[in-house]
Design a protein around this ligand. Structure first.
Ligand SMILES: Cc1cc2nc3c(=O)[nH]c(=O)nc-3n(C[C@H](O)[C@H](O)[C@H](O)COP(=O)(O)OP(=O)(O)OC[C@H]3O[C@@H](n4cnc5c(N)ncnc54)[C@H](O)[C@@H]3O)c2cc1C
Length: 366
């Protein structure tokens, strides 16, 4: 039988933000600007959530989001300006490549993004780091997975740890901002009293955008594909990569090719096998040098327990129409507020939705 430490110190704050992805960190930035007391609990040992940009000699390889679309992402564009970050357009000059089901690769017309997509010079992580630099140092607690949320007569109590272990710590607050995918919250956090069946189902059915996907990034000293008139864009019906793009830095070096794996999560092999298969595929598109990068990265988001659940293993291919679960922006009499891009009213799933959902949660919570 689990025995709880009844004398455990319970810390009290005004607001608890659960999740340190873009929506949680942006909520923290907005609360800090209003001088509100809060803590942010993040399950992983890093911030950023689906934003992940490992560094290689000053270049940041985006293994989560790469693009924002300035023409339709006003909040992202404004934040980039506020933080003084530099963006640059996706390289798309030249012809594309197409691989048929039988493996045959041919050259096709280029197909520029519409509206145009832009990258960030310091990788997408520069958004998160820029926000963090503007919030107090001691408010972010890494390695703090929330496993339980209870409603009290005058607020909420949050338990950190694993449900099969003794709790690591407890905090009470007047309100919570749930800045994580609703499906993940419903599937991994115990709520007391029970959430209604309909709300739980709506949360579970809100698929987590891109959670079932895997992304690849290869870096090179030279861009052979550009030299032979190719843009670096490619599509394949046989894989392993299904979609490929030029991922080079703004000042070109390092040059990069990046892409999404086309094989569904349930059929993907381990990282080593996937990387070898991708490095065998790339030369068919861009010449033998494409199989010899100086550095490779591979991230299978479906295997990340703080992003994907078992329901995300079958990837959603079409972009769902996201909205707050059951149309609710909060529950328990405005004590718990939904943030997280999947709860956005507009452009849910994207970075823009992460920002707007955080803004809504903060302004309705204070
Ligand atoms: C491969 C890929 C490519 C993408 N490409 C683009 C793109 O080009 N452009 C674009 O606009 N969007 C893109 N996206 C989507 C974009 O990444 C998301 O919209 C955005 O990052 C979501 O931020 P979020 O804060 O809502 O959620 P998340 O980033 O998922 O943050 C949730 C946070 O909660 C934490 N957490 C989870 N469980 C717990 C718990 N129990 N306790 C405490 N913390 C917890 C997680 O660790 C995580 O840090 C892409 C996503 C992926 C994966």
């Amino acid at each position: 039988m689990t025995t709880f430490k009844v004398d455990m110190h319970t810390e009290k704050v005004n607001t608890i933000i659960i999740g340190g992805g873009l929506s949680g960190i942006y909520a923290a930035f907005l609360l800090a600007a209003k001088k509100k007391s809060f803590v942010l609990l993040e399950a992983r040992s890093r911030i950023g959530g689906r934003i992940l940009s490992p560094e290689h000699h000053g270049f940041f390889a985006d293994l989560g989001p790469s693009w924002y679309w300035p023409m339709i992402n006003p909040k992202v564009k404004a934040l980039i300006q506020t933080l003084g970050i530099k963006g640059y357009p996706q390289f798309e000059t030249g012809m594309g490549r197409f691989q048929a089901k039988n493996g045959h690769v041919e050259t096709i017309e280029g197909y520029p993004m519409d509206p145009p997509g832009w990258r960030l010079s310091g990788g997408m992580i520069s958004l998160v780091n820029g926000l963090c630099a503007r919030i107090p140092k001691n408010v972010i607690r890494l390695n703090h997975p929330v496993c339980e949320i209870e409603r009290l007569y005058n607020g909420v109590r949050v338990t950190v740890g694993r449900l099969d272990h003794e709790p690591e710590c407890r905090l009470t607050a007047s309100r919570i901002i749930l800045a994580l995918p609703p499906r993940l919250a419903a599937g991994s956090i115990l709520f007391t009293p029970d959430l209604s069946h309909n709300l739980t189902q709506a949360m579970l059915k809100a698929s987590t955008w891109m959670a079932g996907h895997a992304k690849f990034f290869a870096l090179y000293d030279k861009a052979n594909w550009r030299r032979i008139g190719l843009s670096g864009q490619g599509f394949s019906l046989c894989g392993p990569l299904g979609e490929i793009h030029d991922g080079s830095g703004e000042a070109n070096r390092p040059y990069g090719l990046t892409g999404f794996v086309g094989i569904p999560a349930l059929r993907r092999k381990n990282k080593k096998t996937m990387i070898s298969a991708i490095l065998a595929q790339l030369p068919l598109f861009y010449g033998k040098e494409a199989g010899q990068p100086v550095k490779v990265y591979y991230q299978d988001w479906a295997k990340e327990k703080f992003t994907a659940t078992e329901y995300d293993q079958r990837a959603a291919h079409n972009h769902p129409e996201f909205q707050p679960p059951l149309g609710k922006k909060s529950f328990w009499n405005d004590t718990v507020h939904f943030a997280g891009t999947e709860t956005a009213d507009y452009l849910g799933g994207y970075l823009e939705g992460a920002l707007s959902s955080a803004q809504r949660a903060v302004y309705s919570a204070i």
